[in-house]
Design a protein around this ligand. Structure first.
Ligand SMILES: C[S@@+](CC[C@H](N)C(=O)[O-])C[C@H]1O[C@@H](n2cnc3c(N)ncnc32)[C@H](O)[C@@H]1O
Length: 265
């Protein structure tokens, strides 16, 4: 095992995210919103990073784009390949790391990420890679969970109980438009933001919590890490239930998110 903390983090992420497939039921709707926000057109070359089971990639391919898709998790990529076959689209799926994209410079017209690149620990590396593989005049577009809403608060809580390695940026920072502007910097023009809400149908806050303890990578890893510390695990669950109640209504958990689109100079 490497002693590089980022290599260790990604190895844990690869394992934790492998269980994400059931949550594609929730990310399918925002995938359509993101592909529309990115203004994907037939014939364009599109790359989706942190693709998971391929919800955004398949949506882009069905819109007529030529699509490549990359994720840390080979398990999720295997799901994606099956989805693509069923949807009768051709997608070049690859296992890989957003911080070291295995594509030529300026290879794509559009680079997207739906709740994916926000988990790369070094935002400056992720953004440099996404912009490197994008053509000048091409579109970078992504969806992220803001720090002030439910999912962002949940990740802050996870980070409090199981701190990431020093130097790793908290994922929800990518949901703050000011941070997004600063990270994209002068490399882009015409930054546009749009907000939306995705919903997670569930019978009770407790059902939701049990669901994400079994599917949502960082929460899966946290619960595993706290198995020998039941008091800390109980404290995490109580705190999560506390703010979860504010977002649960009509058998839905409401998850606000931010979409960004910008043009590479
Ligand atoms: C919240 S899931 C979103 C999956 C998919 N985009 C969707 O909307 O259904 C986050 C995804 O990012 C991937 N991921 C996290 N860090 C990554 C990295 N450094 N390189 C590639 N993929 C990464 C995870 O494996 C996981 O599939």
């Amino acid at each position: 095992m490497s002693d590089d903390p980022f290599v260790q983090l990604k190895s844990a992420q690869r394992e934790g995210w492998a269980l994400f497939a059931p949550l594609e039921a929730v990310t399918t709707m925002p995938a359509a919103r993101l592909i529309r926000h990115a203004r994907v057109r037939p014939g364009q070359r599109v790359l989706d990073v942190g693709c998971g089971t391929g919800v955004a990639a398949i949506t882009a391919a069905r819109a007529g784009a030529t699509v490549s898709a990359l994720d840390l998790s080979p398990v999720l990529i295997a799901h994606g390949r099956k989805h693509a076959e069923l949807a009768q689209v051709d997608i070049d799926f690859r296992e890989g790391d957003i911080e070291a994209l295995p594509y030529e410079d300026a290879a794509f017209d559009v680079v997207t990420s739906q709740f994916g690149h926000m988990f790369a620990p070094r935002p400056e590396v992720a953004v440099a890679q996404m912009l490197r593989v994008l053509k000048p005049g091409g579109t970078i577009a992504f969806s992220t969970w803001p720090p002030e809403h439910f999912v962002g608060q949940m990740f802050a809580l996870v980070g409090k109980h199981v701190p990431p390695p020093p130097g790793a940026a908290p994922p929800p920072q990518w949901g703050d438009p000011n941070v997004v502007r600063q990270r994209l910097g002068d490399a882009v023009t015409d930054i546009q933001f749009e907000r939306d809400v995705m919903v997670y149908p569930t019978l009770s806050p407790q059902h939701y919590r049990k669901g994400i303890e079994e599917t949502l990578g960082p929460v899966v890893k946290l619960v595993a890490a706290l198995q020998s510390e039941p008091q800390k695990l109980a404290a995490f669950r109580a705190e999560l239930d506390g703010f979860l109640a504010r977002y649960f209504e009509d058998n839905l958990v409401r998850q606000h998110y931010l979409m960004t689109r910008a043009t590479k100079r």
